[in-house]
Every structure is written in C-alpha cells, then in structure tokens.
Ligand binder design. Structure first.
Ligand code: ADP
Length: 386
C-alpha cells in the first residue's frame, strides 16, 4: 500500500510517500512559504503557493514524476491535537474534520493548518481514504492523578485545561522498538522514553502505555528545549503581565526566545556542545541546566513506572549527541546507570544499547521515524475499514 504522509503547517507542507509493505520511502519533500507571496525574498524570486490547495498541486506534479503510473492508496495526516476524544488513529470523514476543527482553541497554531491539509486532499481526491494520526493519542492512557492540574474544576470543564502531552506517535513507536530490542512484548515494556529534538519531552511508559509525560496543556511544559523554557514558576507569567508585557509577548518569550537559545545563544545542540568544548561558559551552563532538568524527570518517571527497565533516547539530540547522553547519564548514578563510553560514542542508525554491561538499567538509543509510524497506522486504519 502506498501512503502519502502529510504534515501540514500554517505556511508549510511536508510530505513523504511510503510503500508500507516494502518499508521504503519513494518520495519526500517540503513546500514552504504557502500564502506568503514571495515571503519578502527579492524581486524575481519565485512566489510561494497561494494556499494549501496550490501546494498540493505541486506535490501531485512531483508524485506523477516520481511514481509514474503507481497511485497513492491513502493519505495519513499528522494532527497535533486530538483532545480527549481521539485515543487512536481514525479514518477521516467530514464529521472527524469538524471535530478536529473544534479543537482549534487548544492548538491554535497547529490544528487549523492540519484541517487545511485534510480539506485540500478531500477536495482534490474526494474518494481518497484519509487517516488522522494524533500527537496526543498515545497519552490518552494517562491516569487522572497525572493529568489533573491542582486548580479549580472550571478550568478543566470550561476550558479543557489538563495535561494532554505531545510527541505521542514518536513515544509509542520508540517504546515498541525498544521493547523489541530488549526482547519483551510491547505490553510488558516499562521504561522512560526521552524524545529530544527541537521540542523535547519525556514519557513514562508502563505496560506499554503512556502513564505520564512532561508536556502538558501545551508543548511548553517540561524539559528545557531548543527555544522553549519548559517548567517554570507560573507566577513569573503573572509578574511579567503586571510589568506590562502582553500575552503575545510572554508567549514569544517563553516559546521562541527561551531554552538553549536563551542560555547559550543557540538552539542547535551541535553548536552548544562545540562551544562548551572550546571553553564557552554560557554553553557549558546551558548543557548543565538542560541535562540536570532531564535527569530529574528520569528519576521521577523511574518511580512513576515502578522501576524502569530501560531509559531510551531518541530524536535529533537523543540519537546523535553522545556528549549530551553522557551528561544526562552522569547524573543518573543513583539509579545504578552507567554508559559504555565506546558504545555511546558509536554512530549508527540502528536501535542499540549504549549502557555498560553492569548498568542497573539498560540505556538505549532508538531512532524515531514518525512518518513511518503514521504511514503504518494509516494503512492499518484503511485496511480495517475496508
Ligand atoms: P525537530 O523537533 O525539529 O524534529 P530534530 O529531532 O531534528 O528536531 O532535532 C533537532 C536537534 O538535534 C537540534 O538541536 C540539533 O542540533 C540536534 N542534532 C542533530 N544532529 C546532531 C548531532 N550530530 N549532534 C548533536 N546534536 C544534533
């Protein structure tokens, strides 16, 4: 089955075509500057597509070129917010699109863009089966004692304020592959999964299900990220508001100007590690803050899952930065965790163990592949429906 995987942003559309049965990628691309004219580029630069429908025409032309007479069988969409309704991938119809649209207030930057992508496909190929795969779905198993915030009930009942969690597709995929690497059934996997990309989150997985995760009502909560602050005293927001900063300013401050960028002057972990190695004290402090905060979550989730059987690193930083993994592991000595320096430093695209033989808990590196997970989920949903 050929699945077109779509990740539709407000001004971009990322796509990949996968042959699910062969496990191969046949085409991929990114269309940017949708609806932005030529986006402030100089005269004579090409215009971006006018809207998502026009972007899709470009994708279609590219697919004809690459696939020849083979046709896409289904489309799978990454949808950021599934609210409380969606606990698994679903086949899309008009009612589902409207339900996703009703969740717009919870993810104002992402869900409207996802809806544009869904509608563009439905208009262009009315008979094409489409599936929505939600970033929040894996976390629907989190128990109420972990998703409740200690605030008056109306915040939840009127506004839906609770922990939702994100990166679920990646956490679930990585937990499954980690279980396979350890030779345990997915339903028997207890561990802590660390998705460390530009956005970063930790998930406590017990019996193969998410029971807690560091991102909350929005992806701002939790770990120190590329440009997001992660956890801080909520009174800081009130203080800033009283100082006259607007909600939009505070939003930008905490989501785009904080994290590694604020501490080290760069949100690129490679540059931060290099700067620290060459003696930059701000960069070294940024690494310490980030690793310390992550190690605290690992300790907390080790307790939450009743004793983790694995600590799993994934995504850009988790997969590639042996230096950052070493900094985190160095803070986990109390759990009996010890890396094997040689294994940790090895570069590989394969799932692997990087801890020492005597480590009380194995430490794994498991590459994530959200597009593959979305393609496989889409194929499963379409096959079940047919
Ligand atoms: P996104 O959340 O945008 O998908 P990624 O998963 O691609 O992000 O992760 C981006 C992060 O991974 C950046 O901080 C980048 O510096 C880091 N990264 C990528 N490759 C390496 C590497 N070889 N060494 C250290 N960090 C890396």
């Amino acid at each position: 089955m050929l699945v077109l995987v779509i990740n539709s942003g407000s001004s971009s559309l990322k796509y990949q075509v996968r042959d699910v049965d062969a496990g191969t990628v046949l085409a991929e691309g990114l269309i940017e500057r949708i609806g932005m004219g030529n986006g402030g580029l100089g005269d004579g630069e090409p215009m971006g597509p006018r809207d998502h429908a026009e972007a899709l025409e470009q994708v279609d032309a590219e697919l004809h070129r690459v696939l020849g007479d083979r046709a896409v069988d289904a489309v799978g969409h990454r949808v950021v917010h599934g609210g409380e309704r969606f606990a698994e991938p679903v086949l899309v119809d008009n009612e589902i699109i409207r339900a996703i649209e009703r969740l717009n207030p919870l993810a104002p930057l992402h869900n409207p863009a996802n809806v544009l992508g869904l509608r563009a496909i439905a208009e262009k190929w009315p008979d094409m089966p489409q599936a929505a795969v939600f970033d929040t779905a894996f976390h629907r198993s989190i128990p109420e004692h972990a998703w409740r915030y200690a605030v008056p009930d109306w915040l939840y009942t009127r506004h839906g304020i609770r922990r939702y969690g994100f990166h679920g597709t990646s956490h679930e995929y990585v937990a499954h592959r980690a279980a396979a690497l350890l030779d345990v059934a997915p339903e028997a996997f207890d561990g802590v999964v660390l998705h460390l990309g530009n956005g970063a989150s930790a998930t406590a997985v017990a019996g193969g299900r998410s029971i807690d995760t560091s991102m909350g009502f929005t992806p701002l909560e939790g770990l120190v990220m590329g440009t997001r602050s992660g956890d801080l005293d909520p009174s800081i927001l009130v203080f800033l508001a009283r100082q006259g900063h607007s909600p939009d300013e505070i939003d930008t401050l905490l989501n785009r100007e904080s994290g590694l960028l604020a501490l080290a002057g760069s949100n690129d972990m490679r540059s931060v590690v290099e700067a620290a190695a060459s003696g930059d004290r701000r960069a070294a402090l940024a690494l310490d803050v980030t690793a310390y905060r992550l190690a605290k979550y690992v300790g907390a989730y080790h307790v939450a899952v009743g004793g983790a059987k694995a600590i799993v690193f994934t995504a850009g930083i988790g997969e590639n930065s042996h230096q950052f993994r070493a900094l985190v592991a160095a803070r986990l000595g109390a759990l009996g965790i010890e890396l094997d320096a040689g294994l940790n430093a090895e570069r590989s695209k394969e799932p692997r163990v990087v801890s020492a033989r005597g480590s009380a808990i194995p430490v794994l590196v498991v590459p994530t592949d959200e597009e593959r997970a979305i393609a496989e989920a889409t194929a499963a949903v379409v096959r079940n429906a047919g």
